[in-house]
Design a protein. Structure first.
Length: 109
């Protein structure tokens, strides 16, 4: 299982990438099913590495629906919604874990 720092870093990447999108794209464009699926995976990992967080504090999973074509999926969630969910999930991490992520990312080349 990934560490708390690894999961937090992955969620931070989601939030950072989404916040860098132009506002119009973030608020009007829906995310792909694959993107939502990846977010849900990291959200599930966050719940696993932080089992003591009250379930009411976690954001909901992004709803993903299959399309008519096999293997294709779609979501109605806009990128701004997923960014909000990622930031809500990040808020559940203890402050010391937030500092570890930032100091570790600064050391990366």
């Amino acid at each position: 299982m990934p560490t708390i720092v690894e999961v937090r870093r992955s969620l931070a990447v989601f939030a950072d990438v989404l916040s860098s999108l132009p506002a119009g794209e973030r608020t009007k464009q829906t995310a792909s099913g694959q993107y939502a699926e990846q977010f849900n995976k990291y959200l599930a990992l966050a719940r696993q590495v932080l089992p003591n967080v009250d379930a009411h504090l976690w954001p909901s999973d992004v709803i993903i629906r299959p399309m008519v074509r096999p293997g294709e999926k779609v979501t109605e969630a806009h990128y701004a919604e997923i960014e909000t969910y990622a930031r809500l999930a990040l808020a559940q991490f203890p402050p010391e874990e937030r500092e570890l992520v930032f100091s570790a990312s600064e050391q990366q080349p």
